[in-house]
Ligand binder design. Structure first.
Ligand code: K7E
Ligand code: RUQ
Ligand code: CUA
Length: 653
């Protein structure tokens, strides 16, 4: 037996405060030593020279990035920068990628990302794109799984705290995104008293179209809804394929959640939207064009340069006028995740403050709609009777349920933040099968492949918030962590834990085989249409246009050409356009020049990357390659001479 020490942790108090005082008190867990089977090591050991079985794309939470881990080893393979500047590869610093971080508010260099989604065809992963949301300045990004780079970012108007996002429909027709905060419905003038919330604020859900061939994103329409907080979402599959489901909390429509304001209703709601019908309304013209402002940023594959555009209107469907396509279903207290099982029949609402876990039936929802089993309306939207939609309840499964995932055999797995455990239960009869602790305070969990119609099953990963006593302490902030479970048997087995970059929320894993065709991808020089590209070291040159200096530089093992540049003057704006003229996979070159506040760039083979430099000191400023690229890497260097303003040293190289 291998023993991992786990000491007790006091999380009852803080957790309960975080969730209000409604819950039964939760005793601190004393876990002592955790036994892990000897087999566990064998199961997760991926020998040198061997590949992992799955890519796991884990949202980076407040870091704004996506981290890629190998499963089952838990090895960190890459950090893909999305919503934050990244000091590992120049994303957001260099001239090529800077405008990816543009928004209608200007340059936003750091955001908070929560949920990943892989593109799907017929409710199965197709290995083309990964989508992820930014919460704060609301955006959705598309990552190209060929290059593992961010290809596009679209901002969402009328949205704040873009949390219920980006939950795709099962043929990636739409990305669905709900606002957490409702905002004034006066689209031109948001300067209204906060106390007028109930009358003047509206919640918005966006439907973003995904181009079938290119993956290109465009905001198709929005729904204006009651001023609830729309927290999470999932789209249906099979019979429920035309539907998206959202959890709504603060259905009291309070503008301050400080007191118990927002949790005195015994039930909040799940909002079920027939998005196909909504799209028909949009196509028929049942909308108003509303003024707004949002950015759309695209990384062009041929030039590897991003462009940013600000758009200024959006189609908004007022659900007080058109509401034959959406329904509210009561769901006990402060629901967080809403999860749809692989068959598309069961919809699980995870009430954070609820004792039982409700499971709704899509068939019953349809029958209820047909037979008008309603219990009044909210703002014109029919409320389906709880019992009419209910398949069953899992009785007292744990405390603080957040998210549910599914295997291929009709089992569900729910994460419980407060009782810090995962509970396995049967969809068929809502009976509990097994439970296992997590260390500690799990948020999301992922059964690999669970959001397709055929989960991989086999492994489950828990993403934990608190890792006290799990790893060597690293100052006041401990690492976040994932725990890997074998779920191939009746009982769940913990087999590995590994630290993650902060903070992991949702994650999506895909079989490595699916991405095999993309391995060894890099840009051919002939396909590089960057305007500053050069193809040979002979084409290297420097040019002056007024106070702008363009340096066309070639990088190849083991030279930077040109390497002695004179005639730059204070007051100049210097652009180093570095083309890595290597035509071999995985030979990047880096580049930086002393004192440059844009820091560094990293240039992939066949690509051109531009570093802007405004010299602010007279002298000789060395530059060099920052990526150890060959035995003569240290020889990849040069000098730039900066002369005073008005100097007549001619530009030369
Ligand atoms: Cu539960 Cu932002 Cu998906 Cu994290 S949210 S835990
Ligand atoms: S060098 S191989 Cu900077 Cu000693 Cu690293
Ligand atoms: Cu190029 Cu080091």
């Amino acid at each position: 037996m291998i023993f991992i020490m786990k000491k007790s942790i006091l999380f009852s108090l803080a957790s309960l405060i975080a969730f209000g005082s409604v819950l039964h008190s939760c005793k601190p867990k004393k876990t002592g030593q955790i036994a892990v089977d000897d087999d566990a090591a064998k199961q997760v050991y991926v020998a040198p020279g061997h590949y992992d079985e799955y890519y796991d794309f884990v949202s980076g939470g407040f870091s704004g990035q996506v981290a890629v881990y190998g499963i089952p080893s838990g090895r960190l393979l890459k950090v893909i920068p999305v919503f934050s500047q990244n000091g590992e590869n120049g994303y957001g610093y260099d001239e090529n990628t800077k405008s990816m971080l543009n928004t209608s508010f200007g340059f936003v260099p750091w955001d908070d990302s929560h949920h990943t989604q892989l593109s799907e065809t017929d409710a199965m992963y197709d290995g083309r794109w990964l989508f992820i949301n930014a919460n704060n300045t609301p955006r959705i990004a598309r990552i190209d799984l060929k290059s593992f780079r961010t290809a596009e970012i679209i901002e969402l108007p009328n949205t704040s705290g873009n949390h219920a996002s980006p939950f795709i429909t099962c043929n990636t027709e739409y990305i669905v995104a709900g606002t957490r905060f409702s905002v004034p419905a006066d689209y031109e003038n948001g300067d209204v008293p906060i106390k007028d919330y109930k009358e003047k604020f509206r919640g918005h859900i966006s439907y973003i179209k995904v181009d079938k061939n290119t993956g290109g994103l465009s905001l198709d329409f929005q729904l204006a809804l009651p001023p609830f907080n729309y927290d999470l979402s999932h789209s249906g599959k099979n019979a429920s394929a035309d539907w998206s489901f959202f959890t709504c909390y603060n259905t009291e429509e309070a503008h301050s959640l400080l007191e118990v304001n927002a949790s005195h209703n015994d039930k909040d709601y799940i909002l079920a939207i027939n998005w196909k019908k909504a799209a028909e309304h949009a196509a028929k013209g049942d909308f108003d064009w509303k003024p707004c402002k949002y950015a759309h940023n695209v990384m062009h594959e041929d030039t590897e340069q991003a462009t940013s555009e600000i758009l200024n209107k959006v189609k908004v469907i007022d659900t007080r006028k058109y509401n034959d396509f959406l329904y509210l279903i009561p769901c006990p207290k402060s629901p967080h995740g809403v999860d749809v099982d692989p068959s598309g029949e069961y919809i699980v609402g995870n009430g954070k403050l609820s004792a039982n876990l409700p499971v709704f039936s899509f068939t019953k929802i349809q029958d209820a709609i047909k037979n008008h089993q309603f219990d009044g309306k909210v703002d014109g939207i029919n409320v389906i009777k709880y019992e009419s939609a209910l398949h069953g309840e899992v009785q007292s499964p744990g405390l603080g349920s957040l998210h549910t995932e599914f295997d291929a055999d009709g089992n569900a797995y729910t994460s419980f933040f407060i009782s810090s455990e995962i509970v396995k239960w049967r969809l068929k009869d809502c009976q509990i099968e097994d439970r296992i602790p997590t260390y500690y305070s799990i948020g999301h969990l992922s059964v690999l492949g669970a959001d397709t119609k055929k989960p991989y099953g086999k492994y489950m990963v828990a993403y934990n918030k608190i890792t006290k006593d799990c790893f060597l302490p690293t100052g006041p902030e401990l690492c976040q962590a994932a725990q890997l479970y074998d779920i191939s048997g009746k009982k769940m087995r913990l087999i590995l834990e590994f630290p993650t970059i902060g903070e992991p929320h949702y994650a999506s894993a895909i079989a490595a085989d699916m991405l095999k065709p993309n391995m060894m991808y890099f840009t051919r020089l002939a396909d590089n249409h960057n305007p500053y590209k050069i193809s040979t070291a002979q084409q290297a040159r420097v040019e002056r246009h007024g106070n702008r200096v363009d340096i066309y530089m070639a990088a190849i093992r083991s030279r930077l050409v040109p390497d002695n540049i004179e005639g730059i003057r204070l007051g100049d704006e210097v652009y180093f356009h570095v083309t890595n003229i290597e035509q071999e996979w995985d030979i990047p070159h880096g580049f930086t020049v002393k004192g440059n506040n844009n820091a560094e760039i990293l240039v992939m083979p066949g690509e051109t990357c531009t570093l802007k430099w405004i010299p602010n000191r007279v002298g000789i400023l060395p530059f060099y390659c920052t990526d150890f690229c060959s035995a003569l890497h240290q020889e990849m260097q040069g000098y730039a001479r900066v002369s005073p303003k008005g100097s007549n040293t001619p530009l030369s190289f």
